[in-house]
Design a protein around this ligand. Structure first.
Ligand SMILES: [Mn+2]
Length: 325
């Protein structure tokens, strides 16, 4: 089935006159790496390079990725009636995609390429492989099944995606296939040090100081039956760090702690609390899904709207719903 769908995807991409790519709403190394590698494929096939729509600004750390100039936040691109194909990458949230497709005057075909367990298979073609370590691995499978040569640029993009989702081949998503593909990408000329630098060597002292606050607050929480920690808006704003700088805290903690499940709670700029979960034993995607979020079995998250964090007399942090005035 997987190779049949790769064949269908190839046909759709070759047939399309004006395709548009969409990266996951949360722009990260995998959603960018997988979509930009596919931009490379279209260019190599003699087709014009499509836009990659991104819902938020591309974080500074990804600016050196090949074809990053194809990324656009301009939602106006969807008003083009000639768009006949939409391809989403690493995006399990069907509502996000449906909202964008609704802006297109015609009805385009939709290809959904992903690896999230919570993906609702919203596409006309769904290449959703839940045991893939990254969407970049799924896209690698596309290249492989058509015996397509992988350029240095495409290899760099896919390697960055794999590296991001496996936390540089350390987390539980890392499997033999991920390592096998990584070695093939290196042989294809992937610039591995670029990917490592892009993903890890980018924390400012201010950001690490905020991580320090989170380290200090680690404690076992009865309600969650897990070790938790948290960051408030005050922590983030006083230290003047961006959201992207604190991303990665939950991955880091799950890598270095001896606890099985960890929750990182963080107040968002939209008066909510974002809950990031990592576990080596529980299916946290089910918890995320039942709270309106999504993710993978071992790494998932959700946001509690209209809520904030409060520290109790017992020095335990809790999520408190805000009462409408
Ligand atoms: Mn991913």
């Amino acid at each position: 089935m997987e190779s049949f769908r790769n064949k269908q995807i190839h046909e759709e991409l070759m047939r399309a006159r004006n395709p548009v790519f969409i990266s996951d709403e949360r722009v990260d190394g995998d959603s960018l790496g997988s979509s930009l590698a596919m931009v490379d494929f279209l260019q190599t096939s003699g087709k014009p390079k499509p836009f990659v729509y991104v819902a938020t600004q591309v974080p500074e750390i990804y600016k050196s990725m090949p074809f990053i100039d194809r990324c656009t936040q301009n939602i106006e691109i969807f008003s083009d009636p000639t768009i006949d194909l939409v391809v989403s990458f690493d995006c399990s949230d069907s509502e996000f995609i449906k909202r964008l497709i609704a802006l297109i005057p015609n009805t385009p075909r939709v290809i959904n390429i992903d690896h999230h367990k919570t993906n609702s298979l919203y596409g006309d073609i769904n290449q959703v492989i839940v045991d893939a370590s990254a969407t970049s691995e799924v896209v690698y499978g596309f290249f492989e099944s058509h015996h397509l040569p992988i350029s240095k640029d495409a290899a760099t993009c896919l390697f960055a995606g794999l590296c991001f989702d496996t936390s540089a081949f350390t987390n539980s998503a890392t499997n033999d296939r991920a390592l096998d593909i990584a070695s093939k990408l290196i042989l294809s000329g992937a610039r591995i040090q670029d990917a490592i630098r892009m993903l890890f060597k980018n924390r400012s002292v201010a950001a690490l100081r905020v991580w320090g606050l989170a380290l200090e607050r680690l404690h076992f929480h009865q309600d969650f039956d897990s070790v938790i920690t948290c960051l408030t808006r005050k922590d983030i704003e006083e230290n003047q760090v961006s959201e992207e700088e604190i991303e990665g805290l939950s991955n880091f903690l799950s890598l270095v702690t001896d606890t099985e499940t960890i929750y990182v709670l963080r107040e968002t700029s939209e008066q909510g609390v974002k809950v990031s979960m990592r576990s080596s034993t529980r299916d946290v995607s089910a918890i995320a899904k039942s709270n309106g979020g999504g993710g993978h079995e071992k790494a998932a998250g959700y946001t509690v709207k209209d809520a904030h964090l409060v520290c109790g007399d017992d020095r335990c942090w809790r999520i408190e719903k805000m009462i409408a005035k």
